[in-house]
Design a protein around this ligand. Structure first.
Ligand code: SF4
Length: 344
């Protein structure tokens, strides 16, 4: 059930045609002007100088431009920024800016308050689930980060929550951020990451948007995966593999398989063998992420030697592998840590 006081009328969550009708404007170009100002990152009406002062004053009194606000900004020495954001109903989410070694900036945004999927290794999963975020609340995370760090290169729906459970809001977010009259982000720079909801993957293949897909696989052992990721009970590996194949065939895109590596859990020879068997016949790239520690969760981060050995095991089986370096650990901004209490 939706809380009463979430703000569905924030202007950040509207396309130009929706702004036009919501604001009862006389000309469509006025909606485009406003849309462009919002896409340029302006969070108040005052700076929108090509809009009449009367109109700006009226909107300032009667409309909500942003429905969320930043409550805390945390910066890791490696350049990662984590923002804690409060929604109109008081719900709290986190969003992260990641900067890679080449200086490319990626927004890792949340799509739900908490998460119902209960993955054993993830802090967010331990928070439980409150609600889906609105498109405006997701769009605002991107713009909040752009105001902190300048123009961003890409966005991943990989923060708190399972995006396939909020696919309509993701579709709207993509429509807003890629709109040629506004931010104009390329769809090639957008990735959705799922814990393996096969019907969501098929829906994305059939109805778009035409963005990249990452699947958090973690292990290709059915029993272990069921223990680590309860989604496996309703979406077993066979069904998941069929959905990935369907997606690749329909879109022509290669899919990223992500694996959070936990010391002594999924880094052995047998794990490599099963991962290779799962990947056979698929167009995939393997992305390994050494597990980022969360105090309440009883796994360990694998040693560099253990991780390197696993990379070799996969490569020797002909798999295309990337090892992700950890970013943002000191501020609880690394993968799997969102929702973690920070000491800062
Ligand atoms: S890993 Fe993703 S899907 Fe799983 S509990 Fe965490 S946020 Fe949810």
């Amino acid at each position: 059930m939706k809380p009463q006081n979430i703000n569905e009328k924030a202007l950040t969550g509207m396309l130009p045609e929706e702004l036009f009708s919501h604001l009862s404007l006389d000309k469509p170009f006025r909606a485009k002007q406003l849309f462009r100002w919002i896409a340029a990152g302006h969070a108040n009406f005052e700076q929108m100088t090509n809009i009449s002062p009367e109109m700006r004053e009226y909107w300032a009194q009667n409309e909500t431009l942003y429905s969320t606000k930043i409550t805390q900004t945390l910066r890791d020495p490696d350049g990662t920024i984590k923002l804690q954001i409060s929604c109109a109903d008081g719900a709290a989410v986190e969003t992260v800016l990641l900067i890679d070694h080449a200086g490319r900036k990626t927004a890792c945004v949340s799509c739900q308050v908490g998460c119902p999927m209960d993955c054993a290794f993830c802090q967010t999963g331990h928070l439980g689930y409150t609600r889906n975020l609105l498109a405006g609340e997701i769009v605002e995370q991107f713009f909040h980060l752009e105001r902190q760090a300048g123009k961003l290169d890409s966005i991943v729906f990989m923060g708190m929550g399972e995006p396939m459970l909020n696919l309509e809001a993701i579709r709207k977010t993509v429509a807003i951020l890629t709109h040629p009259e506004g931010r104009g982000l390329s769809k090639r720079r957008i990735t959705i990451s799922t814990c393996g909801l096969s019907d969501g993957i098929r829906s994305l293949a059939d109805d778009g948007p035409d963005i990249r897909l990452a699947v958090s696989l973690t292990t290709a052992n059915e029993k272990l995966r069921s223990e680590l990721m309860p989604v496996t009970h309703s979406h077993p590996l066979k069904k998941l593999k069929e959905a990935i194949l369907y997606f690749s065939e329909k879109t022509g895109k290669r899919v990223t398989l992500e694996a959070a590596l936990m010391g002594g859990v999924n880094t052995g020879e047998k794990d490599a063998e099963e991962l290779a068997a799962f990947s056979q016949g698929l167009s995939v790239h393997i992305n390994l992420i050494p597990w980022n520690a969360v105090p309440e969760i009883p796994f360990t981060t694998p040693s560099s030697a253990e991780t390197a050995a696993f990379v070799k095991m996969l490569e020797s089986r002909g798999l295309n592998v990337t090892l992700r370096t950890h970013r943002g650990r000191s501020i609880g901004g690394a993968c799997g840590q969102l929702g973690k209490k920070s000491d800062k």
